[in-house]
Write a protein that binds this ligand. Structure first.
Ligand code: PLP
Length: 373
């Protein structure tokens, strides 16, 4: 960071190139393109596959709005899909039932860092000739059947937003093995001009450039890339700590009938533990999810909800005609879920305090079964 400030090269330049190379190497991918948000990475991804007005893009309703909104940037329609039964990730059979002649792509999201069933997604995509763009905002580092997320599909978008597993404050990375996609994304990232602006000012560059497309302004400045490189060096260490915390929560809550713990991922798969998503079993408690969070907060533990399904938001209801009841699995997950604190600097004592506070709320509001003689 200090080096970048002293170099006086603040915008996209050598530190960004270094971060991109380091990121690609970390995943084992060919190309990584740094951008100023995860949303920007998704925007570039749908742009390079040639998304057009009138096209349709399959996206889970159980996600953050960025996953779906990028389709609308290009006049395409986000087609929402339900979650798997008793889970958070996209239900591939439900997605397949929504394929039409206009479907151009599917954007699966590895919710909380739990890898989606990419085998089923790729089969469906190849049967219907649709592109796969992974929204891996939560999935660094995560793996599917021995392969790092970021190396499994044509295009993968990562986010470095403040709360993500590694952060640059705001930032993102588009990853691909395709030379053609990388080249187009590189050009569109910076106004559609023929070469990076920083090259124009370097010794080997010239003042000349050509505008090839109406591009965007999505580049990541060197100051943030330097932060990204430093964070990436610690990514495994951060992940170890997140995994340890998740393991501790799982062990301690294993016997609590009121709680449904995160799904155990399959062989060769790794969870990134970006979020620790619990689900309550409503029949066992005298309070609902919202009151549960309020009680935790009253006792000094912050919890949140990821996510309010998109179809329950006014924009998706009013503009795209969705309504409550359209996606029962996602609504069930939403009504019962909460995210407990999980981040690398959470100390053992703090983890213990979270566990004890959850246990206290459980014991206060447990529904006692009265035996009838
Ligand atoms: C699932 C998902 N996709 C995309 C994004 C967008 O990332 P960014 O905030 O970096 O644009 C987020 C952000 O939180 C997210 O949770």
């Amino acid at each position: 960071m200090r080096e970048v400030l002293e170099s006086k090269w603040l915008t996209t330049g050598p530190a960004t190139l270094k971060f991109e190379n380091k990121f690609a190497q970390y995943l084992g991918a060919k190309h990584a393109l740094a951008v100023n948000s995860g949303t920007a990475a998704l925007q570039l991804a749908v742009n390079v596959i040639g998304l057009q007005p009138g096209d349709e893009v399959l996206v889970p309703t159980f996600t953050f709005t960025a996953t779906a909104e990028v389709a609308t940037f290009f006049g395409a329609r986000p087609v929402l899909c339900d979650s798997v039964t008793d889970g958070f990730n996209i239900d591939v059979a439900d997605a397949e039932s929504r394929v039409t002649s206009k479907t151009k792509a599917i954007i699966p999201v590895h919710i909380a860092g739990e890898p989606c069933d990419l085998d089923a997604i790729h089969k469906m995509a190849s049967d219907h000739r649709v592109h796969v763009i992974e929204d891996a905002a939560h999935a660094l580092p995560a793996s599917f059947r021995g392969r790092r997320i970021g190396t499994c599909s044509e295009l993968t978008a990562f986010s470095f937003y403040a709360t993500k597993n590694i952060t640059t404050g705001e930032g993102g990375m588009l990853v691909t093995d395709s030379e053609a996609y990388a080249e187009k994304a590189h050009c569109m990232r910076l106004h559609g001009i023929s070469s990076g602006a920083w090259k124009r000012y370097s010794r080997e560059g010239t003042w000349s450039y050509e505008v090839l497309h109406a591009g965007f302004k999505l580049n990541l400045p060197d100051i943030l890339s330097a932060l990204g490189s430093a964070q990436l060096s610690k990514a495994d260490q951060f992940w170890q700590r997140r995994s340890e915390i998740a393991r501790r929560y799982c062990e301690r809550f294993a016997k609590a009938e009121e709680l449904q713990l995160p799904t155990i991922v399959g062989p060769g798969c790794e969870h990134s533990w970006h979020l620790f998503l619990l689900r309550l079993r409503p029949a066992t408690l005298r309070i609902g999810r919202n009151e549960f969070i309020t009680e935790l907060k009253r006792l000094g533990v912050g919890a949140s909800v990821h996510f309010i399904p998109l179809h329950l938001h006014p924009y998706y209801a009013q503009t795209h005609g969705y309504k409550p009841g359209d996606f029962p699995n996602a609504e069930d997950a939403f009504s019962r879920c909460l995210s407990l604190p999980i981040y690398p600097t959470l100390s053992d004592d703090e983890v213990e305090r979270v566990i004890r506070t959850v246990e206290k709320v459980l014991s206060t509001y447990r529904r006692t079964v009265v035996a009838v003689a």
